[in-house]
Design a protein around this ligand. Structure first.
Ligand code: GLP
Length: 242
């Protein structure tokens, strides 16, 4: 794994954005995998800045998001569809028809999962951006006895709902389920960028990168991938012996 630790948030965001932009420059039709949560926001701001300042175009890329809450419409402020429009899609030249998120409002969520897997099959991801949950989740793949390879419906753990409650008016409003790309699909990405910030993630970062490979920590499966770039701030990396 290529692990890089940064003194500032700015440097981390800049580095992640530059990897994505190099990918698009090299292949204007690249398929990018996007993530949500608080960590990628600064990275998306950098992409927007480079789009305006340097004329980097996203016109021909295709994007896939990792996950979406079940039961939130795209215009709900906490849906990931809303998040992506707000932080990235509405601010760059990426046509709406080339962005993909699971639809957590689909009449049949099982059919929705199949539809998403089919699309992923047709558009292999070049670079997947990932954040890390406090319990080691990636996307919404929660620790479990077994993990599911493809897109599926997941029950969110209390720890995850607690962590995400800060975005809602109260914890009761945090959905209990989500649709997420599976770990199998995530690991199919040619390159994975894992970006993590904050002292509260230091233990899980160490466990994910250097602990045993176990479904108890879904991010530990990243150790089996041959091209993972890990971008950490000082606090998130403070428990690593590098
Ligand atoms: C959510 C998302 C994850 C994300 C995680 C961490 O649960 N489903 O994809 O990685 O939050 O978010 P944050 O960056 O806010 O800590």
């Amino acid at each position: 794994m290529n692990i890089q630790i940064f003194d500032s948030q700015e440097q981390l965001d800049e580095t992640a954005a530059q990897y994505l932009i190099d990918t698009v420059k090299h292949n204007p039709e690249a398929v990018l995998g996007f993530a949500t949560g608080s960590t990628p926001i600064g990275i998306y701001d950098k992409l927007v800045e480079k789009h305006h300042r340097l004329g980097v175009s996203f016109r021909h890329i295709t994007s896939f998001n990792l996950d979406e809450y079940v039961g939130l419409t795209a215009d709900h402020e906490q849906s990931y569809a809303f998040y992506m429009n707000k932080h990235l899609f509405s601010r760059i030249d990426l046509p709406a028809g080339q962005t993909n998120l699971p639809n957590g409002m689909a009449d049949s969520l099982n059919s929705e999962c199949k539809r998403y897997d089919q699309l992923l099959e047709e558009h292999p991801i070049d670079v997947q951006l990932l954040g890390l949950g406090h319990n080691g989740h990636i996307g919404f793949n929660e620790p479990a006895e077994g993990l599911i390879g493809g897109t599926h419906i997941v029950q969110l753990q209390e720890k995850t709902r607690d962590a995400n409650a800060r975005f809602f008016d109260s914890k009761d409003e945090v959905p209990t389920e989500a649709v997420t790309m599976g770990v199998g699909s995530i690991l199919k990405a040619k390159t994975i960028i894992l970006a993590v910030r904050g002292a509260d993630k230091a233990d899980i970062v160490r466990e994910a990168l250097f602990g045993p490979i176990t479904t108890d920590c879904p991010a530990s499966l990243l150790q089996t991938h041959s091209d993972v770039i890990v971008l950490l701030d000082r606090e998130a990396g403070r428990k690593l012996d590098l």
